[in-house]
Design a protein around this ligand. Structure first.
Ligand SMILES: *Cc1c(COP(=O)(O)O)cnc(C)c1O
Length: 223
């Protein structure tokens, strides 16, 4: 068995059952993705539209592609026909465009709202106030927004060695997730995903309630 496959299986066997794993395959080869696929991995995450389109055309249709990068509205149409979930919704306008393109092909798309929890200014995402605003718009226009389903939240922690800070950021995202689940999404079981944790901080993320990890370099090696 290849080192990639054995490292992957080791990681999988260490994860609690309630936690799902999206293998982040950006900048990784088709061969590496196939290796994981053959070990049973079905969920893969990509950040760039063109790269995703190239790969999707050459890999098994059973793969569930998660879009996790910043998404421009003019690129939505290209991925909506096949993508499993868009995890990086960071504006109401983007949500409207996803709904429009999904409606055009009569499908419904699952999305997550990307919440800005890190200190770094450069990371995309909504702050908490913007999340509530977006949900108000969503509620007000619900009748026209039947082609998207908000299934949870995504957050990226600050790249830091300060574990206390990482704990705090993930705890805060998880609290927001629970709060929304108990109020805005009460009784809506599809609101169920708290996507947090990458190679460097996934253990902390699990301890703070993550149920979906997005791991790249720890599986595939450094990019
Ligand atoms: C690249 C990326 C990951 C994976 O990062 P690693 O540190 O390689 O595990 C996870 N989430 C997002 C949004 C990413 O862009």
């Amino acid at each position: 068995m290849s080192l990639l496959a054995s490292d992957y299986l080791k990681l999988c066997s260490s994860l609690p059952e309630s936690v799902s794993l999206v293998a982040v395959s950006k900048k990784k080869t088709l061969a590496d993705i196939r290796t994981l696929y053959e070990q049973g991995q079905r969920d893969f995450g990509e950040n760039y539209v063109q790269e995703l389109l190239d790969k999707q055309g050459q890999l098994p249709a059973e793969i569930r592609w998660h879009f996790i990068g910043h998404l421009q509205r003019n690129k939505v149409k290209a991925i909506v026909p096949f993508v499993h979930m868009i995890q990086s919704v960071d504006s109401f306008k983007l949500l409207l465009e996803i709904n429009k393109q999904a409606a055009a092909i009569e499908r419904r798309l699952d999305v997550l709202l990307q919440v800005h929890i890190a200190e770094e200014e450069t990371k995309f995402g909504l702050d908490e106030k913007e999340v509530f605003e977006l949900l108000e718009y969503f509620e007000a226009q619900k009748g026209q927004l039947q082609h998207v389903r908000i299934c949870g939240l995504l957050g990226m922690g600050t790249a830091t060695n300060d574990e206390g800070q990482t704990h705090k950021e993930f705890a805060r995202l998880h609290a927001l997730f629970l709060n929304l689940k108990a109020v805005q999404f009460l009784g809506q079981d599809h609101f169920s995903v708290c996507s947090m944790g990458m190679s460097g901080d996934y253990k902390i993320a699990i301890s703070e309630g993550s149920n979906m990890l997005r791991i790249g370099s720890l599986i595939f090696g450094l990019r």
